[in-house]
Write a protein that binds this ligand. Structure first.
Ligand code: UT7
Length: 325
């Protein structure tokens, strides 16, 4: 029986033009560049311009990925877009990407797993490719979190930013072993008992408004350090690999201290952890594909490298995936 692997072909990203430095918050909030950078690692983030939507960011990232791979949009069979900040309640933001990149058929849909959305989307793309239903998938994480922030809440508004990243995965025959290139395994989890520690207080069927982010940061932090390590270990186990096989960790960019503690649990030195939080802040579902695309464009990954991606966010929802680049 033929085994198909979802192999990375190319990636791209887009960041809105406006850069907001930590110091900007000092004018309106009881905060400081020193507090934000020492507690989170964040120095700046990008905000979408007025009228610039999540789909605009996603389309720019998708087109950048296609250009980097020398591909045409008509080669894409499916778009899976992870976002918690869609343009509209419906249709999906993904269908706007489908049209904008010139797909002639296929399908597109959104995934909502907040900050873990890209890991969930990669796992769905892998499943579709493995089952032979599609050959080439554009996986995107795109967010305009600046639209759902309470700018009077210093505990949340300084943390988040806007951006988009895209990764193209294509079917390639493999052996089924851990030496194959592609998505080797994923581990997905959620636990709805923790909805009240990270949520947005709005939605179409409750308030009829979009709402703003609320987070019990310290609580989420504690869950993150434990659950990310568990998910990473489970994904490596399912891939038939162990911690020592990981060449690069590409974590969700929420807080440098979470990344440092998780990397230490895996025995991975920080030079092997892709860190972009200082320039992007927490871009939710966009953070991993942004980090992947930045690192790839700097030529940091070599074919055959083992990448561990992992993320946690509202739900709680969390997961990890192992990719042989
Ligand atoms: O992407 C989804 C997943 N999200 C995460 O993974 C985020 C996880 N959590 C975190 O990254 C951290 O918990 C935060 C960065 C959100 C907060 O850092 P912390 O070290 O856990 O701080 P804390 O919430 O325990 O607050 C410590 C103090 C508090 O003051 P008191 O009560 O000790 O007087 C806060 O009011 O820091 C205060 N504080 C601030 N001070 C200056 C909170 N935000 C700020 C701020 N500037 N922006």
């Amino acid at each position: 029986m033929t085994i198909y692997r979802a192999v990375p072909v190319c990636c791209g990203h887009y960041l809105p033009e406006r850069v907001v430095e930590n110091a900007e918050f000092e004018a309106t909030l009881d905060t400081s560049d020193e507090w934000i950078s020492s507690r989170t690692g964040i120095k700046r983030r990008h905000y979408a311009a007025e009228g610039e939507k999540t789909s605009d960011l996603a389309i720019a990232a998708a087109k950048a990925a296609l250009a980097n791979g020398g591909m045409d949009g008509s080669e894409i069979d499916a778009v899976i877009l992870a976002t918690a900040t869609p343009d509209q309640t419906f249709p999906s933001t993904a269908v706007r990407v489908q049209t904008a990149i010139g797909m002639k058929g296929g399908f597109a849909f959104d995934i909502q797993a907040v900050c873990a959305g890209f890991v969930f989307a990669v796992a769905q793309a892998d499943a579709l490719i493995r089952s032979g239903q599609v050959r080439t998938v554009m996986v995107i994480g795109a967010e305009t979190f600046s639209r759902i922030l309470d700018f009077t809440d210093r505990g949340t508004c300084v943390l988040f930013g806007d951006g988009a990243g895209a990764l193209v995965l294509r079917a390639q025959e493999g052996t089924g072993g851990s030496e194959d290139r592609g998505i080797l395994a994923a581990n997905l989890n959620s636990d709805g008992r923790y909805t009240d520690i990270l949520y947005v207080d709005g939605g179409p069927s409750s308030t009829g408004t979009a709402g703003v982010v609320h987070m019990a940061g310290r609580e989420v932090f504690k869950h993150a350090v434990v659950k990310l390590a568990q998910a990473g270990e489970a994904a490596l186990d399912a891939a038939g690999l162990d911690k020592g096989d990981v060449d690069w960790m590409v974590p969700h960019q929420a807080n440098l201290r979470i990344m440092t503690q998780t990397a230490a649990k895996f025995g991975i030195p920080m030079e092997k952890v892709v860190v972009t939080v200082q320039d992007h802040g927490n871009t939710s579902a966009a953070s991993i594909p942004l980090a992947l695309s930045c690192a790839a464009s700097e030529g940091r990954f070599s074919p055959g490298d083992v990448l561990l991606i992992e993320a946690i966010g509202g739900g709680l929802a969390w997961g990890a995936a192992v990719i042989r680049w």
